[in-house]
Design a protein around this ligand. Sequence first.
Ligand SMILES: [Zn+2]
Length: 134
Amino acid sequence: MSSPSTRMERVRGRDTAPEMVLRRALWSAGVRYRLQALHLPGTPDIVISSRKLAVFVHGCFWHRHEGCPRSTTPKTNRSFWEAKFAANVTRDERKRQELVDGGWTVFIAWECELGSEQDAAKVAASIVAWLRTS
Ligand SMILES: [Zn+2]
């Protein structure tokens, strides 16, 4: 039986549906990007190197999207899950800070904001707006 962390790694390494939908939206908005910059802290999912923009597509459950209905806590083994989630949030914040310290701008796209092509287009539009104005 695989531990939750092994399961998460497997999900993380795959091209998830929310990530794919955002990539398509960015591409059709004319944004050219690189994927999974392994040399960067936290391995951002989408990277626009020329502008030092790192985008993470975060699952609401694992990364604890605040106030999001998907950010539930399983009823059993509650303390295990709470410790696990706290570790995830701490790690996310540390990686984000490492990127910011390196001069990167970090953009978090949440899974629940990428439920459809239309939703993804909105997220892509805010990235495009940032690229235009920064
Ligand atoms: Zn969410």
